[in-house]
Design a protein around this ligand. Structure first.
Ligand SMILES: Cc1cc2nc3c(=O)[nH]c(=O)nc-3n(C[C@H](O)[C@H](O)[C@H](O)COP(=O)(O)OP(=O)(O)OC[C@H]3O[C@@H](n4cnc5c(N)ncnc54)[C@H](O)[C@@H]3O)c2cc1C
Length: 494
């Protein structure tokens, strides 16, 4: 039995990992091949462990800056990330965010104002903290109180995140408080994002408790004991970066004789009778009993176009936003203000090109040597163009433009006027899927189409969750589908 997995990001690597645990498909040995077009594994997970010459080698972290180009942590409350790390022997290496300086700020008319205490499931629940906050006007605060009074609305079908939060808490609270937090996750436009596909629990709170704040408080009270025991922090990451997960997965796959091929782009999948033909860009091809596409949805659409144009066009209809991160290191005494928190988010209405700024060396103190700070500026959101791909190599125009933009952001908001001692720019084209209104229907159409193709499955961030734990889970679910399909076929043929 041959299983081919296309795409060596966290979803494809996880699918390969769960396939090795099967060891046989329906009592037949399984030969697993993982193909990746890039020259490295990990996809959006990319950790640069950079050493700056000036830093004394024995300072904290052995003088290293640990720079994440893509994700920097994963959510502990979704079980699949922690579970995989434990199986890979990384359980003890997971640590949370700094519990001592937890402030998060919101940029508001060029000032940094603290996010009010008491946010539960992203919903403000501490009335006193809201009353004191300067992020929302008195009128806006009064409007937020309507959440306790307004009955649940009978909505037929889905609605946008922006519409939903605005009708419960008011537009001002949405724009100044909730939108910047949520768009930090999807780099999306809240007025286009589907509530059902992004934050379905918010609608559940409305229906069940008649109020977001009341519901969030009750759920927090019920789960308090469990959450504190179960996890040290809501967000976790291995000590020297998320690449540790990728490295451990690759080691496991090598030890289990998975055929690992980098620099191998797939150009097309064909279906002949019950078998799939995997065509590569170098014009070679091979047969496989089952195929998992762990590529972005638009890429999967291109690969499947020749045997199911309709499925291909549904896949390609999922939009993706491009983003970039710029990490900059400074000597602490070049920074005029204390970095006393995890950083700040920037509401869309502020009109800035940056989306958020993480104070990495406060959030994870060991990620910069003593006396240095590491800051990461997140650029790009749905509807905003990044510099064109031309000139994106090191020192290329596109990267310089982003570096300038990040330095300008830090000058305006933090007053940093000196050049960084070290910088890294990572550009991610079409990286963040947008689960816009209509996404649940897209998923249904994909599921129905896949039922016609035994042994074929999709995995990755394009469908049912963008975070790392969701992508890991999608790899596991894809393996379950192909195993189920192949068992059914072998039951019919034997
Ligand atoms: C800047 C940024 C910050 C983020 N922050 C967080 C965070 O803090 N926490 C979190 O949980 N999530 C975060 N995310 C989201 C998360 O990182 C991604 O959703 C996840 O890593 C996607 O994994 P994936 O395997 O689905 O896709 P990818 O990582 O995109 O992997 C797909 C792979 O397929 C390969 N491929 C494409 N076409 C072909 C082909 N034809 N042939 C062969 N290979 C092909 C690609 O080269 C790529 O390696 C962030 C994302 C970005 C971009």
């Amino acid at each position: 039995m041959k299983l081919t997995i296309i795409g060596g990001g966290i979803a494809g690597l996880s699918a390969a990992y769960y396939a090795t645990k099967l060891s046989t498909f329906n009592l037949q040995p399984v030969e697993i091949t993982l193909l990746e077009s890039d020259s490295r594994w990990g996809g959006k997970i990319s950790t640069d462990r950079a050493v700056f010459d000036e830093v004394p080698p024995l300072s904290r972290g052995d003088g290293q800056f640990i720079i994440e180009g893509g994700p920097d942590t994963f959510l502990a409350t979704k079980p699949w990330g922690v579970a995989l790390c434990k199986e890979l022997g990384l359980g003890e290496r997971l640590h949370g965010t700094n519990p001592n300086k937890k402030n998060t700020y919101v940029l508001n008319r060029n000032r940094l104002l603290p996010l009010p205490d008491g946010l539960a499931m992203m919903i403000p629940t501490n009335v006193e903290a809201i009353l004191k906050s300067r992020l929302v006007s008195w009128f806006g605060k009064a409007r937020m109180g309507f959440d306790f009074l307004l009955p649940a609305k009978a909505v037929n079908g889905d609605e946008s995140l922006g519409t939903f939060v605005s009708r419960r808490l008011g537009r001002e609270a949405y724009e100044n408080l909730i939108e910047p937090l949520m768009s930090g996750i999807y780099a999306g436009d809240g007025d286009a994002l589907s509530l059902a596909s992004t934050f379905p629990y918010l609608r559940d709170l409305e229906i069940k408790y008649g109020s977001l704040a009341r519901g969030a408080l009750q759920i927090r009270a019920q789960s308090n004991g469990k959450a504190v025991q179960g996890s040290r922090s809501a967000f976790l990451t291995p000590t020297t970066g998320l690449a540790e997960i990728v490295e451990a997965l690759v080691k496991h796959l090598q030890a289990n004789e998975v055929k690992l091929r980098l620099n191998t782009a797939v150009s097309q999948i064909l279906k002949i009778d019950s078998r799939y033909i995997v065509k590569l860009e170098d014009d070679s091809s091979f047969e496989s009993d089952s195929v998992i596409l762990a590529t972005p949805a638009y890429a999967s659409g291109t690969l499947l176009a020749s045997f199911d144009p309709e499925l291909a066009s549904v896949l390609k209809s999922i939009p993706y936003a491009s983003t970039a991160t710029v990490s900059l290191a400074y000597r602490l005494n070049d920074i005029p203000r204390e970095l006393d928190g995890y950083g700040y988010v920037i509401p869309r209405r502020e009109g800035r090109k940056a989306l958020a700024c993480t104070w990495t060396s406060t959030k994870f103190p060991h990620r910069a040597p003593d006396e240095y700070a590491l800051i990461r500026v997140f650029v790009g959101r749905a509807g905003q163009e990044l510099p064109s791909p031309a000139g994106r190599g090191d020192g290329g125009e596109g990267k310089n433009e982003l570096l300038e933009l990040a330095m300008e952001e830090l000058k305006l908001t933090l007053g940093i006027k000196t050049k960084p001692i070290l910088s890294r720019v990572f550009m991610w084209d079409k990286a963040m899927p947008q689960y816009n209104l209509g996404h649940p229907e897209i998923l249904k159409r994909i599921d129905v189409a896949l039922e016609n193709y035994p042994g074929l499955a999709l995995a990755g961030n394009g469908y049912r969750g963008i975070g790392i734990p969701d992508c890991i889970h999608s790899g596991e679910v894809a393996i379950e589908k192909v195993t189920r399909d192949l068992s059914r076929i072998s039951a019919i043929t034997t």
